[in-house]
Write a protein that binds this ligand. Structure first.
Ligand SMILES: C[S@@+](CC[C@H](N)C(=O)[O-])C[C@H]1O[C@@H](n2cnc3c(N)ncnc32)[C@H](O)[C@@H]1O
Length: 264
């Protein structure tokens, strides 16, 4: 058996993106919060360390060569966040950081016709933005409508919304302010192993983030040999109908966990 509160494993993200409202407050790569205020890096992205800056060099170098104002306008007027993750992934593929098929193993969301039409529009915007920036066609041949849809369908089901655990009083205050004034989440991230945990409305494990997007899987109770490790994708305090609605509409599946089956 595994005891309550044990950390079973840690995972580094494959791709991250900060929340719009905290863009200049968290590291552009690992999502760690900036210590203190008043930095002058308004115009550019913030990196918490040389290591993060170096790790980001590939995709950030590509991203900096392009004028993103049309995509920014499109996403901000519609409150979209996932197209930014696809953009980052596209920049990572162009720079050679990852292969175009790096998320293929993850399960995709079922997409409705309306969602597909929105995605096609976002794809055209991304493709034409690279074209206008003068990227050679052979660097972006992977960037097809199907690639875009495949990536976004996987991000929708597998992206985690990251809320850091406050590690100091100052952090606690700033996260309290952040949760009132804007989004409590520092950003979103997709992982490999954590993507394989199924959902349960009465989970036996959960994922925690301490100071950055490195995910730690912790047990919530003692776990017996052979028991499946399951996490919860949503707020468990809602009633069964509300949970089913969110899981069906947001994640594209009907939950068949014990709690839902018992109608609790
Ligand atoms: C993040 S993936 C989890 C890993 C996935 N089962 C796999 O094999 O790659 C989420 C998908 O798993 C399935 N799933 C997860 N939890 C479920 C549950 N409680 N009831 C029914 N299907 C579930 C759904 O198809 C959902 O879209």
């Amino acid at each position: 058996p595994i005891a309550t509160g044990e950390v079973l494993h840690s995972a580094q993200p494959l791709v991250t993106h900060p929340s719009r409202s905290l863009f200049h407050e968290v590291c552009y790569r690992c999502l760690k919060r900036k210590a203190g205020k008043g930095d002058d890096s308004r115009g550019d992205c913030y990196f918490c360390s040389d290591a993060c800056r170096e790790h980001a060099e590939g995709f950030h170098g590509i991203q900096k060569k392009v004028d993103w104002s049309l995509l920014d306008d499109h996403c901000s007027s519609r409150g979209l966040k996932y197209p930014y993750m696809v953009r980052r992934l596209a920049c990572m593929v162009i720079s050679g950081d990852v292969g175009a098929d790096c998320l293929d193993i993850l399960q995709p969301a079922q997409l409705h016709q309306g969602t597909l039409i929105e995605m096609e529009e976002e794809f055209e915007l991304l493709k034409s933005t690279f074209r206008k920036a003068g990227f050679q066609e052979e660097l972006t041949t992977f960037l097809t409508k199907q690639w875009y849809i495949n990536i976004l369908a996987r991000i929708r089901v597998n992206a985690f919304r990251i809320e850091l655990v406050a590690s100091s009083y100052e952090d606690l205050l700033s996260s309290a302010v952040a949760s009132v004034t804007c989004d409590a989440s520092v950003g979103n991230a997709v992982y490999m192993l954590p993507s394989f945990y199924n959902h349960d409305c009465d989970p036996n494990t959960h994922i925690v983030w301490l100071e950055n997007a490195d995910a730690k899987l912790k047990t919530l109770r003692d776990i017996d040999e052979g028991e499946e490790l399951r996490i919860c994708y949503i707020d468990t305090s809602m009633d069964v109908n509300a949970r089913q609605k969110i899981l069906t509409e947001g994640f594209g599946f009907q939950c068949r966990c014990q709690r839902c089956l018992s109608g609790d």
